[in-house]
Design a protein around this ligand. Structure first.
Ligand code: PLP
Length: 355
């Protein structure tokens, strides 16, 4: 049967009725890929998987939430949606609004959004409002303006977003046949870690999984409110998707971290980029910088023994690497590119000299 998106697949667990018009682009159903080369080189027996959310229709997990948020906005008669965004939410909002035939307004921090995400927001025809401020400023403004304007907020404070996003946990349980022992995620607003915990506990309560995973949340050092225990005023990191100092799901994330016996940790931009590159070179998997932090976290905790040998671990790769081509190219040595004349002789030489 044709796959028609996560609302259709999981409608029994979602707040939709038979009459609801579903706004879908076929999101969800993303691959769970077992890492081979990195664990082998490390000599660990940990079963390490990545959930490749970059393969959603607009290239990030935000589509899981957006299909629900836009479906419910349309159902309630909304003609416009609005969000603040570090980039991926605006890309998803723009695409799903186009699909629904409604307007999208997106507030983005000027100069701080990755090129691919900006391209998406623009080409889908959303109205882009650039602010001379960061995501947290944008979020505050969106909450205030929605009280006066006829627009539905589709940030993760919209409860339907998390309902859609919880389905990633369902897919993992179905694919593995059980919940993993550990689940590692990048944390910005903390909506996604909250949604995953909802999904895992829901399936546990329904008897579809015997256990729930330990939830591990990782942040960039310059934007690590969960490590400091308080909001960060001027968050800064190359991983723009998690450049957030005032997480909207603060209480929920602290609560689930405790309930699951989990922890938070932070990584420098250098460590984030090194892990991004390692995934591309050793496993053939290209994710954006923010996503790589989940694998950086898993590897650090496996090495230290905090994650014991023999465990099963899932890391969510939240967004596709093509979202941020500038950061990818800047990491590579362009002088290693070989320029030749279009002759067989020169091309042959270039190959033989580099075997
Ligand atoms: C939105 C986003 C995050 C952060 O998710 P939260 O729910 O805000 O914690 C991480 N990575 C990418 C690529 C994102 O787009």
């Amino acid at each position: 049967m044709r796959y028609t998106g996560l609302i259709d697949k999981y409608r029994d667990t979602l707040p939709v009725s038979d009459n609801t018009r579903i706004i879908s682009l076929g999101e969800g159903n993303t691959p769970l890929i077992r890492l081979e080369n990195i664990p082998c080189e490390m000599g660990t027996q940990v079963e390490l998987y990545i959930k490749y959310e970059g393969l959603n229709p607009t290239g990030s997990f935000k589509d899981r939430g957006m299909t629900m948020a836009v479906t419910k906005a349309v159902e309630s008669g909304s003609k416009a949606i609005i969000c603040a965004s570090t980039g991926n939410t605006s890309a998803a909002a723009a695409a799903y609004a186009a699909r629904a035939g409604i307007k999208a307004f997106v507030l983005i921090p000027e100069g701080k959004i990755a090129l691919g995400k900006l391209a998406q927001a623009m080409i889908h025809g959303s109205t882009i409002i650039q602010i001379k401020g960061n995501f947290d400023d944008g979020m505050q403004l969106v909450k205030e303006v929605a009280e006066f304007a006829p627009v539905s907020i589709v940030n993760s404070i919209n409860p339907f977003r998390l309902q859609g996003q919880k389905t990633a946990a369902f897919e993992i349980i179905e694919e593995l046949g059980h919940a993993p022992d550990y689940h590692c995620l990048p944390v910005g607003n903390a909506g996604n870690i909250t949604a995953h915990w909802m999904g895992y506990t829901e399936y546990h309560e329904k008897g579809k999984a015997d256990s729930t995973p330990v939830m591990l949340g990782y942040q960039a050092e310059g934007a690590a409110p969960f490590i400091h225990g308080s909001r960060v005023h001027n968050p800064e990191t190359i991983a723009t998707a998690i450049r957030i100092g005032n997480p909207q799901s603060w209480d929920q994330a602290l609560k689930l971290s405790k309930e699951s016996n989990g922890w938070f940790d932070a990584f420098s931009d250098e460590e984030i980029l090194a892990t991004q590159k390692m995934l591309t070179e050793k496993e053939g998997i290209f994710c954006e910088p923010a996503s790589a932090i989940s694998v950086a976290g898993a590897l650090r905790d496996i090495k230290s023994g905090k994650i014991p040998d023999g465990s099963s671990v899932v890391c969510t790769l939240t967004g596709h690497g093509l979202k941020d081509p500038d950061t990818a190219i800047a990491q590579c040595d362009t002088s290693a590119m070989i320029n030749v004349n279009p002759t067989l002789e020169e091309v042959k030489k270039a190959i033989l000299n580099n075997m």
